[in-house]
Ligand binder design. Structure first.
Ligand SMILES: [Zn+2]
Length: 319
């Protein structure tokens, strides 16, 4: 080794030797930032918010298919059968009102699933108490349990809007015996989640199709639950539809919209609603915001023959 070379290499290797242990000892962080993603729809600001994720065994939950087929399709997308599924909510700032669409799971799924929505709201520049209205796509734990934590309203200044059919089913204690055994827990969870809002006179039910507030129209899509609702927001010549649980497993149900899920109250109707929405979204080209497609859950539906595909919205840092 020439002297010149040694003079360069030796200090370098010393530097490496000094730096290596420090690098190896740095603790791994292993968390994501609170999730939000901002979009503008004309003068309307829409912020996708992450409530975190929940791991669900899709091969056990999807119906009108077989576990083996679901496993095979998921493998073709490089996924196992236990799929980490996003829980997304959306904040719509109309310029006059701050409206949250769906409220996340709160603490009901335990420490490692859901429950991050309040942090995501704060990271996005708002506070839970700033929210004027919560619009629920439907009543189910991952959409409505986050209304209330430890008996306290998480959104103390908000009116809560839900289709009258979901309120009639899930807020009636007698429904424990009317729904499938595995769905009865939703009644108890809903009674607890809505309690502070009902006491304060802040529960507002509506009939599907109503303009819930200026610029936000409800589209009744009963099936997954009897009052399942899609919300449509328009601005600047663009339209966005918040589709709630018309889609749970994009890697299976986009190509095979006839596949349903055991959480559906009426699987046949849920399937028809999904097929109608996909056909409409593909034909009209509006942006779809979905509760359970990977965060931020916004994209377009594209048609290819009888099947559909999900095209995530192109990333933008410019607002
Ligand atoms: Zn859901």
């Amino acid at each position: 080794m020439s002297t010149i070379f040694r003079n360069i290499i030796a200090p370098l290797s010393m530097a490496v030797a000094v730096m290596m242990p420090a690098t190896a000892a740095a603790p791994q962080v292993r968390t994501q930032a609170p999730g939000y993603y901002r979009m503008l729809l004309g003068a309307v600001e829409v912020t996708a918010l992450s409530d975190g994720t929940v791991i669900i065994p899709l091969d056990q939950l999807l119906t009108h298919t077989t576990s083996a087929h679901v496993a095979e399709v998921l493998a073709s997308h490089r996924l196992g059968t236990r799929v980490e599924t996003s829980i997304n909510a959306f904040l719509v700032n109309t310029g006059e009102r701050l409206v949250l669409i769906d409220a996340g799971a709160g603490t009901s799924f335990g420490a490692h699933a859901g429950g991050r929505l309040p942090d995501s709201i704060r990271a996005a520049g708002y506070r839970p108490e700033d929210i004027d209205a919560v619009l629920l796509t439907h009543i189910h734990g991952d959409h409505s349990n986050g209304l209330t934590v430890d008996g306290k309203a998480v959104f103390p200044n908000a009116d809560v809007y839900v289709d009258e059919h979901d309120a009639a089913l899930w807020l009636d204690p007698a429904s424990r015996d009317r729904v499938a055994k595995g769905h009865a827990h939703t009644v108890d969870e809903a009674l607890a989640a809505f309690a502070p809002y009902r006491r304060a006179g802040k529960l507002k039910t509506f009939r599907g199709g109503a303009e819930v507030m200026p610029g936000i129209r409800s589209v009744p899509t009963p099936g997954h639950t009897p009052g399942h609702t899609v919300y449509e927001v328009s601005g600047g010549g663009q339209t966005m539809r918040f589709i709630g649980d018309l889609l749970h497993a994009k890697d299976v149900q986009m190509a095979e919209p006839e596949v349903t899920i055991s959480f559906d109250e009426d699987a046949g109707a849920a399937r028809r609603q999904r097929e109608t929405l996909f056909a409409d979204a593909a034909a009209r080209g509006y942006v779809v915001a979905a509760a359970h497609t990977p965060f931020p859950g916004v994209g377009h539906v594209e048609r290819s023959g009888r099947a559909y595909a999900w095209a995530p919205l192109h990333y933008s840092a410019l607002q």
